[in-house]
Design a protein around this ligand. Sequence first.
Ligand code: KG4
Ligand code: ZN
Length: 347
Amino acid sequence: MNVLGIETSCDETSAAVVQDGTHVLSNVVFSQASLHAPYGGVVPEIASRNHVGRLPEVIESALAGASLGWCEIDAIAVTHGPGLASSLLVGLSAAKALSLRLNRELVCINHLEAHLYSPFLGSEVPSLRDSCPFLALVVSGGHTCLLRVEELGRCRLLGTTVDDAAGEAFDKGAQLLGLGYPGGPAMERAAGGGNPEAIRFPRGQLRDIPRGSGLSPDLCFSFSGVKTSLAYHIKPISRDRLGGALADIAASYQEAIVDSLADRCRVALEREGLDLLVVCGGVSLNTRLRARLAETASLMDRGIMLAKPEFCVDNAAMVAGLAGYGGGIRGERAWLLDASPDLDIGL
Ligand code: KG4
Ligand code: ZN
């Protein structure tokens, strides 16, 4: 079964063709990062306009890259939330139009569930079904959470961030240091050669979380403190002196974020008695994070599956893959769905 996937939830315009849920035939991603960089973050109006302008050619090249014709596509999958409303609408409208024109099934996909599926793309990795139950860490620009996944459609939230997402912490920290947008890769580059122990930034260890959430504080995250701490740390440093100290500051800042993510994973793996850690989302592209999580899993004698680098940031392969695997909402119900900017994970 060949699924054409479409992803336009934020600032990546992407289309992909995936066969039988795992075999990625093509994955075309047009990153709008350089268009948003002058503003220091994603401008929704610019994002949606560029999705409109770019999506047709991105879809055409995904089809060409897969060496398939329209008649060989069996279903159209699209992200319907969460994300920016005006951006989601572009992909959803295109998918509905294609589904109608080609008379193929429409599958609406939750962006977070697609991220969660991304480590299972590729025929050489075990399937999601064979890997359950597992602990999933979703770390992106908008979300940071830990989930216990029993099977597709059945998971339990163990922890989440009470303020900023990890990617947001990278982006805001990079902005404070004048490193530009997107902040994650810029911070990682600036941290190269720096001493991660030069400055001890807070690890966001929580004592309380809102009543009734049912979550344990030691499995939750808080990244607003590390950003504030960075702001205070650099306030007295003049611009000329900041340059010399930049590598140490960036490495220490990155370490604080990585450390809290690795710590919560360790506690969750132990407490839940799970044998496998599955990691996905844009922040999981971070080399230091990948190494620390691999080390944590290895020390605990647990397995780890990290999304391949090309499937970490937003992409349509994970959308088409999940649909091919059997996930998402289809049929009549899919047709009734609108863009859902605040969609939560339900798996
Ligand atoms: O998953 P994603 O593409 O979009 C969302 O669904 O949010 O993640 C984007 C986030 C941004 O915050 C970006 O700064 C971060 O992923 N990111 C990184 C790295 N590459 C991207 N964070 C840390 N290190 C990286 N190398
Ligand atoms: Zn994402």
